[in-house]
Structure formats: C-alpha cells, structure tokens
Design a protein around this ligand. Structure first.
Ligand code: NAD
Length: 571
C-alpha cells in the first residue's frame, strides 16, 4: 500500500521564514510539498483466531472494566465542572464507560478565546509540516490505537465489530489521510503568470480569521474527527463539542491527534450542553464557521442564531450542516429480487437504521411484492440482536432513551393506523438496553408520516405500487419529503435506469444504482445531501477542505510602473 512519504517530524518546528526561498526576485516562500498518493485503509475481517480479533477482545475487556475520566481540554489545560455526566453502554444502560463534564458558558468563551489566539500562530506552520502530523496520526490510528478506537465505538455507541471497523478505523483513517492528500493536490493549482519576469501571481490557503465550531453527532466516530480536524488541517482554530453519546471514542481521537503533534489550543475539546454551546458560539463576534452534522432542528436553530447576530461578526460565518434523511430504495419490475432483499435488510437495519443514509422507505412493484415480502420477512426473522461483544450479533441497541421513545412512537403509530400493517418486528424493550427489533411496515398511504419523516431507527416502511403508476410513484418519492440525502434504484432495464437518473436528480445527494443506499467510502463516494438534508459539502471529496480556507491571491510585480499615461494617449 502506498503511504504518505515524509521526513522526520523534527523538521516540523521550522518557522515559516526559514522556508523562504527567493525566486525571480519574489519575496514569497516557495511551497515545498512532497508528492504522495493515498489508498483507502483496508478493512480487517476479525475472523476467528485472527490477531486483530484477539487485540480487539483485549481492548473491549479493558474499556468495559473502566470508567474513563474525560476532562474538558482548552489550550492543553484540563478543566472539570460540577456538571458531571456519564456515557453508558446503550445495550447495557446501567454500565457506565466514561465520566465527563459539561463546560459552562465561561469555559466555552475561554475555549473560543484560546482558539482565536492560536489560529494565526498555527496558520503559520507550513502546510508540509501539518501534512506530516496528519500522516503520523493516521498511522497511529491504523496501528497502535486501532482497537482502542473500535472498542470505544462498540461499547459507547453500540456498534458491532464490522460497523466499528468501517467507521472508527477505516473511515476515520481515510478522512485524515485523504484530506491531507486533497490539500496537497489543491496547492498544485497556481494562477496564470503571463510573464513571470514581469509579474508573479500566486494563491495561498489561509485559515479563517476567528474560530470554527465543530459540533458532531453520535452515530459516526469518524465524523467527529473530520468535523474538528479538517478545519484544523486548513489552518483554523477549532472549538469541538463532541456528542455526549460518542464521548469516549471522540476523546480517543483527540488524544491521538495530540500525540501526533497537533499543538495545544488548535483544537479544544469542549463537551457541553447543546444549547449552552450553541448560544455561546453564535454570540461570539469571532465565529468564522460552524461545521455541524446532526438533525435539521439543531442546525436550523444555529442558522437562525447566526442570522440574528449577523451584524456582530468579523466574518460571514460559514455554515456547513449535514443533516437528516428519508432515504429510499425504489424497485423496478426488472430488479434482481435477491439483491433487493439483502441490500435492503443491510441498509435499513445495520446499526439499527442509525446511519444517516439508512433506507427507511421502499417502493415495490406489485408483480415483485410477494417474493420481496417473503424474502424480507425471512431475513428479518433471522437477525440476531444483542450485545456487541457477542460477535454473532447482527445489530444491537439504539443510542439512548430519547431515541428509544421516538422510534417506538412510530411503531405504536403503525399498530394503531388502519393504513399501516406490521410485517415483521414491532417489539421492543428497554429493561437492560435500548433494544428495538427490526420492524417492517406496509403502508397503503405513501404520504403517511412514517413514510415522510426521519425516524432514525430500525423501521422500514414499504409502499406497493401498481406498475401502471410507475412515473407517478417516482414523482412521489421526491415530492413527499423535504429530505434528499441518499436513494437507490434497483432494476436491470436500461430505459428505467436512464429515466431514474433524470427523475431522481434532485432526490438524493448520493445516488445508487443496483446497490444499497448506505456504505459511502471516503474518496470513492463523497458524501452529502441536498434540500433539507444539508449544505452538501461532500465530506470525503476534494471540495470539502475548501470550505475551511479563506484563500489569498497575491500579485507581485518586478517591473516598476513609471508612467501614469497610456502610450496611445500621446499618439
Ligand atoms: P442532534 O442534532 O441531536 O445532535 C448533533 C449535535 O448537536 C450533538 O453534539 C448535540 O449535542 C448538538 N446540539 C444539540 N443542540 C444543540 C444546540 N442548540 N446548539 C449546538 N449544538 C447542539 O443529532 P444526533 O442525534 O447526534 O445525530 C443524528 C442526526 O444526525 C440524524 O438526523 C442524522 O440523519 C444526522 N446525520 C447526518 C449525517 C449526514 O452526513 N448527512 C451524518 C450523520 C448523522
């Protein structure tokens, strides 16, 4: 595997001025960035007796038998407050794995001040040196700390082995490596200099004056790392509020990045009550951007607050928000039934439907319904739901009591409504963990709220359409909900697929043909949705880093201007 190639980290301490070389009389430092390629981090298999399985089991045992102390960290200093919180295992909610502290308004303000003061110093560290830190961090995540990251994600967020490995190991490492690669590639572009002996034009990537607030969700450890450390890579000062229910895994990331060489104060780790954090960051004149992933109501609240405070700010704050979805599988009569069934089960029920891309509604033609129904019911019945430390579990508990209440309210709605029929699951219990059995619902009404609202849990609703209503049903898919995150079509008929590409152009930011709606890979399917699913900045693609820079164009002239008049004036 090709890796980022670099020199020793000792060179990182060089000041920007030492790196200056003169070229054609230019005072600008020449960028010296070593070229490198990256590939996606391989996913380990955890087969019986494998070394990785043994390492993971050791890490699980260690994490499960400890309740880790997690302080607030601002400028490298640790703080604790009287607002103590615990992170529990969702599949065993009496078992606490971390104790952490909410920052109050004053501490959030302190973190803002620290990030703002650190930003210009950090921005002067040459890009080459920042890339080396990111390279080292990715290597630490891939080796020494891989199983600690996985164990924290499995126990704290109730992910099974494979779900933790594709998130806390592979995706996180990919974000760190690939964003460094995208930055290196971006620096290759320099504007045209028609005659470099006369003028030299250049463009440099600066961080943004102020601070970036990173607000991350519970459901992907990797997203926490990306939201906070990609702005940092680009030269920003960051105040990171991790999710209460992803605290331990996010704390691991913070410590690995410190060990790799990210200086104190560049990213500040600030667990806090959501509204206290949101109110404080949006009230600061130095807010340069919000890097958010989570639900629409939270993002709307932040956006409104920024709007209300717009006259206060030094910059126009950049608002990046990746939000919810009501992701669909649309099946054509020419589809391969087996692939529809297995893809839908995985998409709808892996990680309890708590991936933002999880399939939550499906449209099936009458002719295929009997076979698809039988396949789905048969597979759903076999799914093992249990503790993540039991490697035979397919999925585990939902994240917390709030999620449990929300999800089960939709199941109760399905039980009561004459338009809805439960075909599988429909049962739940929160006595030990927040367990909801994978539930399949049949709906006579394609606009019932179970088919249009985000549930974010293991509930799949199906609408069976008449083949003569194909086009009308396709229209319904993208007009019946405000979301447009992911969607998939299944069909072998080329004309149908071409038609779907047109019809569903605005229905999803990530669109799949004969594949499930989940499973995007950094660098392969840059991720993000349109409409109310978010600002679609395509995390995992080359454009994402550009959200976190305020580039400066520089024109340097070597031939002095001597005359105010133009030659034609004296002719
Ligand atoms: P959430 O909106 O409840 O919380 C997200 C973060 O915002 C958390 O850290 C939370 O503490 C914080 N928060 C809450 N109120 C706040 C406030 N007033 N000000 C500032 N911060 C505040 O979302 P969640 O339950 O953690 O995540 C699930 C949601 O995230 C789902 O809607 C899912 O679709 C979405 N999601 C989207 C993507 C994507 O890429 N589109 C990826 C993952 C998750």
């Amino acid at each position: 595997m090709l890796r980022m190639l670099g020199n020793s980290p000792a060179s990182m301490q060089l000041s920007v001025l030492k790196n200056c070389t003169r070229s054609l009389g230019s005072v600008l430092p020449q960028l010296k960035i070593h070229d490198f390629q990256v590939v996606n981090e391989p996913i380990l298999t955890y087969r019986k007796n494998s070394a990785e399985r043994k390492d993971l089991q050791r890490a699980l045992k260690a994490a499960a038998s400890n309740c880790e102390e997690i302080p607030i960290v601002i400028g490298g200093k640790e703080f604790k407050t009287s607002e103590v919180r615990h992170q529990v295992m969702p599949h065993d909610h009496q078992h606490s794995i971390a104790r952490f502290y909410y920052a109050d308004k004053k501490l959030v303000e302190k973190a803002i001040k620290t990030a703002v003061e650190t930003q210009p110093k950090w921005d002067r560290v040459p890009i080459e040196d920042r890339l080396k830190i990111w390279e080292k961090a990715a290597d630490l995540m891939a080796t020494t700390y891989r199983q600690e990251l996985n164990a924290a994600t499995m126990l704290g967020q109730s992910k099974t082995v494979i779900q933790a490995e594709i998130d806390a190991a592979a995706e996180l490492i990919d974000f760190i490596r690939m964003n460094a690669y995208f930055l290196k590639e971006a620096t290759k572009y320099q504007p045209i200099s028609e005659d470099p002996k006369v003028t030299k034009n250049s463009l440099r990537y600066r961080g943004i004056d102020g601070f970036i607030a990173a607000v991350s969700p519970f459901n992907f450890t990797a997203i926490g790392g990306n939201l906070s450390y990609t702005p940092a890579l680009m030269g920003n000062g960051v105040v990171w509020k991790p999710s209460d229910t992803a605290m331990l895994s996010n704390w691991r990331i913070f410590n690995i990045m410190r060990e790799a060489g990210v200086p104190d104060g560049v990213v500040n780790f600030v667990p806090a009550d959501g509204p206290v954090f949101g109110d404080t960051i949006t009230a600061s004149p130095h807010l340069a951007g919000i890097n958010f992933t989570g639900s629409v109501p939270t993002f709307n609240r932040l956006w409104k607050q920024v709007g209300n405070n717009i006259d206060k700010y030094v910059n126009f704050p950049r608002l990046t928000g990746e939000c919810g979805g009501k992701n669909f599988h649309f099946v054509h009569k020419s589809a391969d039934v087996e692939s529809v069934v297995t893809s839908t089960i995985r998409s709808a029920f892996e990680y309890c439907g708590q991936k933002c891309s999880a399939c939550s509604r499906m449209y099936v033609p009458e002719s295929l319904w009997p076979k698809i129904k039988e396949g789905l019911q048969c597979e759903a019945e076999k799914l093992k739901i249990g503790d993540v430390q039991d490697f035979s579990s397919f999925t585990s508990a939902v994240i917390d009591d709030k999620a449990f209440k929300r999800i089960t309210s939709y199941i109760e709605h399905a039980k009561k409504s004459p338009n809805l029929e439960i075909l599988a699951g429909g049962t739940y219990s929160d006595s030990k963990g927040y367990f909801v059995n994978p539930t399949i619902v049949l709906s006579k009404d394609p606009k019932d709220r179970i088919m249009t609202e985000e549930i974010f849990g293991p509930v799949l609703t199906i609408y069976v359409y008449k083949e003569s209503d194909l086009l009308e049903t396709m229209k319904l898919v993208h007009t019946s909900t405000k979301f447009a995150l992911t969607g998939a079509v299944f069909g072998q008929d080329e004309e149908f697929v071409k038609c779907a590409l047109q019809e569903f152009k605005m229905a999803a930011g990530n669109f799949y043909i004969n594949d499930k709606s989940t499973g995007s890979v950094v660098g392969q399917q840059p991720f993000g949705g349109g409409r109310m699913s978010g600002t679609n900045d395509k995390a995992g693609g080359p454009h994402y880093i550009l959200r976190w820079t305020s580039p400066q164009s520089i024109k340097e002239t070597f031939v002095p201007l001597r005359d105010v008049n133009y030659p034609y004036m004296s002719e």
